[in-house]
Unconditional design. Structure first.
Length: 483
């Protein structure tokens, strides 16, 4: 194959005699300006990173913390990779000043984290544990001192085991316990936190935990019980939104985070775009759709038949309590084509050659970052969106020179961020982006076998080593543009 030479700067292009001067002037009048910042983000766009409590904190017995379902699950033989647990994880409970310093070095202005419910209420309900809450006050003060604004998720999968012993999310009482926990926590921390998110990824902790057994608590409920459990979870969200607003000591913004079951048109014409809209709404019927519309879709209820959840009009009113913003976790999506038969769309099967990350579920499709926020905004009219997670698992290798040259992660991030910039330039209301993750961490049932961080963590010594992707992301933040 003949080797090609690519000119990489505006100066090189204009210096090269590729076109007559007059023609060059007509065809490329703004080349220098375009080359300077061709993929810039809006002024004030918020760049951040994200973690979750059980994945990074460790210290599972410290300062009165109670057990969570993930403590129980990970200590059950055969449930996690190599029997690994989050007992120590990244030890952020003790090392948070070091990690905040990493964030400062990175240049982020926002940080998404979660609070461990069993640190605040060891039994899920009853007397709160002030020592557990004090940890978060220390962390928040450190963040504020560094000029980093916290975005807080109240529930990222670590349900107190005491509540699971009473049925967990299958028990409607857990919905009310969550609202009580939210109210107390917001009362204590709303002087430090403005942006609150109720829950993270219903599908993961409900369908994954109660509908298949692959995630904590490891149950596989009958279809009717699972449908009711889903309903209890979105009811908990609505009750918590109301509790947060009632308990806050100052004005706050409230939202939720979902890994929206993706759909995008295989071909960007009107028929396939409409099919993708129908598919996205129906695929997310148990969670996002009912929260944003206040009703379950007819197709969802019809498909469940006698196994449909029991609910009241008041339930739906609570569930659909308006939110101020929505967080979307974007990793992949599915191509959709229009069909003449019901339901009007078909998911295109992925061929064996479809690219994916080290995680076999993470199919690489950068257009997910364009289509998912775009369709969420167009279907439901959401006016304020954040990309609350986006990241890549790589087979990272720490070299003898203490470098991790994760060029595949950089390629992934660059391509996804280019699609994000494309959507924002077209008016999609994405206000900020949180990269998953600051650190390699405990990846749930996959333990420490997969690395998503832009900082390499030696889990024997807890030493942190920024990867090449750390430097890439730092340059994006500094320039507010994709280079």
């Amino acid at each position: 194959m003949k080797r090609r030479t690519f000119l990489t700067s505006a100066a090189a292009l204009t210096a090269a005699p590729l076109l007559p001067d007059a023609l060059r002037a007509q065809s490329m009048p703004n080349l220098d300006a375009m080359a300077a910042r061709p993929f810039a983000f809006p002024q004030g766009f918020r760049w951040g990173t994200a973690t979750a409590a059980y994945q990074v904190e460790g210290a599972v017995h410290a300062d009165g913390r109670g057990p969570s379902i993930w403590d129980t699950f990970s200590h059950t033989p055969g449930k996690t990779f190599d029997g690994q647990t989050g007992d120590v994880a990244d030890d952020e409970y003790h090392r948070y000043p070091e990690d905040v310093a990493l964030m400062q070095r990175l240049g982020v202005t926002v940080y998404s984290f979660s609070i461990a419910w069993p640190r605040v209420f060891p039994e899920g309900t009853g007397a709160p544990n002030p020592r557990g809450l004090d940890y978060y006050k220390r962390l928040l003060d450190q963040l504020r001192a560094a000029g980093i604004e916290p975005f807080c998720t109240l529930f990222h999968w670590d349900l107190p085991q005491a509540l699971q012993d009473k049925g967990g999310w299958a028990n409607r009482a857990t919905s009310h316990a969550f609202a009580d926990y939210a109210a107390y926590t917001v009362d204590q921390l709303s002087d430090r936190i403005t942006h609150w998110m109720t829950t993270n990824e219903f599908d993961s902790f409900i369908d994954g935990g109660y509908g298949g057994g692959g995630m904590a608590p490891g149950l596989d409920l009958p279809r009717a019980e699972l449908a009711q459990t889903r309903h209890n979870a979105v009811l908990a969200h609505g009750l918590a939104v109301q509790a947060i607003r009632a308990a806050a000591r100052r004005p706050v913004l409230v939202g939720f985070v979902e890994d929206v079951s993706g759909a995008m048109p295989a071909i960007a014409d009107l028929a396939h775009i409409h099919a993708a809209e129908v598919a996205l709404r129906e695929q997310n019927a148990p969670y996002t759709t009912v929260i944003l519309e206040g009703r379950y879709t007819e197709q969802y209820l019809r498909a469940l038949g006698p196994d449909a959840p029991h609910f009241t009009p008041e339930d739906l009113r609570i569930i659909s309590t308006p939110v101020d913003f929505m967080g979307i976790n974007v990793y992949t999506t599915r191509e959709v084509v229009a069909t003449d038969s019901a339901p009007g769309y078909l998911f295109v099967p992925r061929p064996a050659t479809y690219p994916h990350a080290e995680s076999d579920w993470l199919y690489i499709n950068p257009q997910a970052m364009y289509w998912t926020p775009k369709l969420v905004s167009s279907i439901w009219g959401v006016k304020s969106l954040y990309i609350t997670e986006n990241g890549y698992s790589s087979a990272d290798v720490l070299r003898p020179d203490a470098c991790v040259l994760d060029s595949d992660r950089i390629m992934y991030l660059r391509n996804y961020l280019l699609q994000l910039q494309r959507g924002i330039a077209e008016g999609v209301p994405v206000r900020g982006y949180f990269l998953w993750s600051l650190l390699d961490n405990f990846e749930w049932a996959r333990g420490y076998s997969q690395r998503f961080g832009i900082t390499y963590v030696d889990f024997k010594t807890e030493t942190r080593t920024p990867k090449l992707s750390f430097d890439f992301y730092r340059s994006v933040i500094k320039e507010n543009a994709i280079g």
